[in-house]
Design a binder for this molecule. Structure first.
Ligand SMILES: Nc1ncnc2c1ncn2[C@@H]1O[C@H](COP(=O)(O)OP(=O)(O)OP(=O)(O)O)[C@@H](O)[C@H]1O
Ligand SMILES: [Mg+2]
Length: 363
């Protein structure tokens, strides 16, 4: 019988076992159960590439339907408003029959005479149409969860959507907005004056995952596919993962492939898996991250290389031959891009596993 590899090293795929996101998912699930007024109903997931933003959004949409919500999921691309409306209409179609386009609402008897109701969902601007849909849903105590992935502040439709959403919240409608994006994009969105209220949205950083959670998820994922994993092999995989969700899937997938036909993933499989995963990671993440750096970003990053693990901003500035103030501007850019993380004031380290080594190789 063909073995099915249980790991999911593809972007946007929900893994069978989500490592280290239990608290976040529980918190957002509780908000959906709680309903109107819960601050987590307006949330933004922030994380570097491959930290699992899309996976979390997808998982939460699944959760939402158990908690009595329908969801409309989209990404911040042109056509966003229309897409959300259509997704919302489709999702609610089973629950609420749309009004026929033309309906005779009154006969020519009585004081009002005859009037035609065209159905607000079919005409009017986006807000009017969404309001009509929300009214029908909310009348049955069903909420609407809107998710927007890959936020991009330069998309005017996203700004329009956020402003209208604020009105829905003020009108106490049962509606939630869950967005996700790269740190720099979220940062730009929150600095847009027209959506300053979004700064009050709950921000949830998707950081690195603790080794204990990685270990547990690797073990359980291997078990879900019907194999076991040797203790030493497990440690090799944990170490190679470096707390990075995408890497967890790559290492797991490659180690499993190496162990095809065997009941256990052994040490040698883990070693081979680690090497293959590092190559994949280099190609899919490190190379593209490197290409996105500006010349000064790159100088800043290279000025971190002489340090073993952590770097001080003052040392970086000295090596670059610039003032700390100038260097701190570039620190902000690299932190916002999720490449560097600030451990404490002025103490920095690379946030993407293997990026230091990659930079050294590129020197
Ligand atoms: N909590 C997790 N535990 C284990 N694997 C995960 C977890 N979250 C995501 N993954 C896996 O990591 C990979 C990347 O996930 P995802 O596509 O959701 O990341 P992303 O943050 O949306 O990336 P991008 O910024 O490129 O859109 C996928 O292979 C997914 O299956
Ligand atoms: Mg994504």
């Amino acid at each position: 019988m063909a073995e099915r590899n249980p790991f999911t090293p593809a972007f946007g795929t929900v893994p069978p076992i989500m490592a280290g996101r239990d608290r976040l998912l529980a918190e957002l699930h509780a908000a959906l159960e709680q309903g109107v007024g819960d601050p987590n109903l307006s949330s933004i997931l922030v994380g570097a590439r491959g930290t699992g933003k899309t996976a979390c959004l997808t998982r939460l949409c699944e959760d939402a339907s158990d908690a009595g919500w329908v969801s409309a999921s989209s990404s911040a691309i042109p056509g966003l408003l229309d897409d959300i409306l259509q997704q919302a209409q489709r999702a609610s179609a089973q629950l609420v029959k749309p009004k026929p386009q033309r309906q005779l609402t009154g006969l020519s008897v009585g004081p009002l005479g005859a009037s035609w109701d065209m159905g607000d969902e079919e005409r009017g601007n986006w807000r009017t149409r969404m309001s009509a849909l929300l009214e029908r849903l909310n009348a049955r105590d069903v909420g609407l969860l809107i998710t927007v992935d890959e936020v991009d502040a330069s998309l005017s439709e996203l700004i329009t959507m956020a402003v209208v959403y604020q009105h829905f919240v003020r009108e106490r409608r049962k509606v939630a907005l869950l967005m996700a994006g790269l740190p720099s994009h979220v940062h730009a969105l929150l600095n847009d004056k027209s959506v300053s209220f979004l700064r009050r949205a709950q921000r949830h950083p998707l950081g690195t995952i603790a080794d204990a959670d990685v270990r547990d998820a690797l073990k359980r994922t291997v078990a879900s596919g019907g194999k076991t994993i040797d203790e030493e092999a497990l440690e090799i995989c944990v170490e190679a993962t470096g707390g990075f969700p995408y890497m967890l899937q790559l290492v797991g997938y490659r180690s499993w492939q190496s162990a095809l036909g065997k009941a256990e993933v052994g040490k040698e499989d883990a070693r081979a898996g680690m090497r293959a995963a590092q190559e994949d990671f280099k190609e899919h993440v490190l190379a593209s991250t490197y290409r996105e750096l500006s010349a000064v970003d790159l100088r800043f990053a290279k000025a971190m290389l002489p340090d073993k693990a952590e770097s001080r901003l003052a040392d970086i500035a000295r090596r670059m031959g610039v003032t700390s103030r100038y260097a701190s501007k570039y620190r902000g850019r690299l932190v916002a891009a999720g490449i560097v993380e600030e451990l404490s004031r002025g103490v920095l380290r690379f946030a993407i596993p293997g990026f230091r080594k990659y930079l050294q190789e590129m020197e």
